[in-house]
Design a protein around this ligand. Structure first.
Ligand code: TXA
Ligand code: MG
Length: 328
């Protein structure tokens, strides 16, 4: 199979045909690229798990267009959920609710809940409107690898395994959606992302962060796996450990290897003259650049030496979650 890359407009009809006949395609969203299938079709959903090499106990997110009647798919249990929908959807927020079973059990790993998301990406909305069915989609990378934020990244992982990638440009968000369990009285963040705890609190009045401790029954199975790893070696240092990072860099150079420092602009000057993967200034910039720089780094570097940011508030919570799993 050769994998075709087409713009959303050029590939829309082909994409619709493939999806509605049980195939899978790469699609853009505002967070990362997804690997999409008709969520009602067990055979199509199985292809996603096969192509990614994803463990079958890790459920998928269902994506719908902005005018889709979500009551067909899930039960909204609490009033605050409507406020969250009004404030942040379409956008990088995924809500876990009780499923009505329209999306097949293979997609939700046999569970009773469904994670639902309405992407704001214009091209993705066009595709969702065209098919008018829930599309289940994990990130369009091989399991455990770094998530893709361009059509080219998807191609590099899945060339020959899927017929089509819709190219919707570079993802504006850069890290995956916030996964929020809204089955309880207080919303709980299962996976941190661009919609922050503070943003949820502002609308819903309160918000908890799920702690995943050793031995816990895992509520969001995805968080228990090693994830987001680039194909080269990695190391992770705190913002107060720039000296150690520089020492490791020099030691790697002496061994004849090619190291790269990955850091925010704020500490870049401590690494003058060294190979750099710069992540930018603000949290939004760092989120936008993180996967792109990891994927650039794995091509150029023998080791990516990452330096963290000295904060885990706001969007940095989601960023640090990814950075620890990719480089820690
Ligand atoms: O931004 C995103 O969310 C991207 C784009 C493509 O939409 N998708 C994505 O999917 O990141 P994936 O499969 O890589 O991650 C889905 C996460 C996993 O951590 C999974 O365990 C969790 O959502 N999840 C899915 N369904 C769930 C459910 N019913 N209950 C709890 N967690 C769920
Ligand atoms: Mg993923």
């Amino acid at each position: 199979m050769t994998t075709e890359i087409l713009s959303v407009d050029d590939g829309l009809i082909k994409a619709k045909d493939i999806i509605l006949s049980g195939g899978i395609i790469g699609m853009p969203t505002e967070t990362v690229y997804g690997l999409a299938a008709d969520g009602r079709n067990p055979q199509a959903v199985k292809k996603i798990f096969e192509v990614k090499g994803r463990p079958s106990d890790n459920p998928l997110i269902a994506h719908v267009h902005k005018d889709y009647d979500i009551n067909k798919l899930v039960t909204v249990a609490h009033g605050y959920v409507y406020d969250l929908i009004a404030a942040y959807m379409p956008g990088p927020l995924t809500l876990v609710m009780d499923s009505k079973g329209v999306v097949c059990k293979e997609a939700v790993a046999g569970g009773d809940t469904l994670a639902l998301r309405m992407p704001s990406h214009e091209g993705c909305q066009k595709l969702l409107k065209a098919v008018n069915v829930p599309l289940v989609a994990p990130s369009a990378n091989l399991s455990k690898h770094t998530s893709p934020v361009s059509a080219e990244h998807v191609f590099n992982d899945l060339n020959g395994k899927i017929p089509l990638i819709l190219d919707g440009g570079r993802c504006a968000g850069g890290i995956e959606s916030t996964v929020l369990d809204v089955t309880g009285k207080i919303p709980r963040i299962l996976r941190a992302g661009l919609i922050t705890k503070e943003m949820v609190e502002k609308v819903a009045g309160a918000c908890e962060i799920a702690e995943h401790k050793e031995g816990d029954r895992v509520k969001s199975p995805g968080v228990k796996y090693r994830h987001y790893r680039p194909k080269c070696d990695t190391a992770l240092f705190g913002i107060d450990e720039t000296d150690k990072a520089a020492l490791l860099y020099d030691a790697e150079l002496k061994k004849g290897r090619t190291p790269y420092i990955m850091c925010s602009d704020a500490v870049a000057e401590k690494f003058k003259g060294k190979n750099l993967l710069l992540l930018g200034k603000s949290g939004e910039e760092v989120a936008f650049n993180l996967y792109d720089k990891l994927l650039e780094g794995e091509k150029k570097a023998d080791i990516i030496i990452a330096v963290s940011f000295g904060r885990e508030d706001g969007v940095y919570l989601g960023i640090m979650n990814r950075l620890k799993k990719s480089c820690g």
